[in-house]
Design a protein. Sequence first.
Length: 403
Amino acid sequence: MSAIESCLTEKEKARFLESAYLAGLWYVNGQNTQENPWGGVRVSADTGRLLYEYWPMTGVCSGAGVWSQALGMCGLFALAKTPFPEGGGVKFGASAELAAGYLCSLQFLDSRFPKAYGGMREATPLAMHKMSYCRDGATGGFGLAALYRETKKAEYLERANLFCDWYRHYGSDAGGWPFCEFDFSTCEAKHYVLGDWQAGGSLAYYYTAMASGDNRWLDEGFRPVMERLLEIGNPDGAEYKPWQWHGDNRMTTGNDDFANVALAGAFRAFQDERYLALLRKRLAWVLPMQDADGSFPNYGSTFVCALELLEFLELVKDYGLPDKTDRTVEALLRAARYGLTLQETALPDRRAYGGIYGQSSFGSIRCRIHSRDTAYALHLFLRLAGFEAPCLSARGWSESGQG
């Protein structure tokens, strides 16, 4: 039994499970399908697309882009394997399969542009949308690896490898660090401020390698990013700037976009103590930022930090590390319990019910349901309830269950 499992009552686990279920329900109810088409228009290119955000006050909403589509899909696949009480009635698996179709439509497979081939468009498959934020595309890439892990269909592994090949050779600089933007029409790429948040995209390499059993991408893609993160991700001298977002500074306050999960994966893959040391240092840097109510500063950070604290606790358990974890457990529980309060369960609105309010620092304003917080919360709550949700984790991807 892990340190966190011993601190949760059966009632609390049940509540986390039900909250994960409702988050999945939000995705299903908002998805564009033949039965419930957006705007009443059937046979749409948006079929299978999930919601990105929804403003209950005005009804304004937008469709998911590559990263939010991938994470929603991964959450739905996890829910499809989770036993719910009889009468749950939601076909999460069918919704996930439908979401996969839209995700795949975003992959750029026009052979006339060899330097763009295999990348992921940011939002839609339309020819006019020929750009990618490379970190966003990487989440789509590891969504492809997750599809192969779930289905064992060769097409998905081929697509994941195509993405990794593009990401390493064209979506990243010569040293392997990801660019911020790539224009598929001109094949030009550019950096912003090099930041720790970019490193989480290397999970595309890790997941593809682990899902396929081929370690090529561990050496060619994953390790170079982790080596650079030892410098870029060192919190020494980093300032507290919760009003700034990815690309503005070297360390994004609160939300590192799962760079710490990548570090956990690097330790699992290479058994290199340097990665573990940096992970410990980075968690020690972020923990004092937590508010007394359990929330963290910046967008989505309460769930990101909770997931990364859980990741570290599982690392301690799996490898018998000597770390004292009382403070880690306490911070994780406070964040998760606060996260429960951000879920909408009162409005009789299918595009709101079950979703998680987001896009506000510390979760302080409840104005819009957002897929960022909803996807992170779904994965966190399922894991706290004792079920598998591997797509924001480095654990459970190898046959041993540890890698």
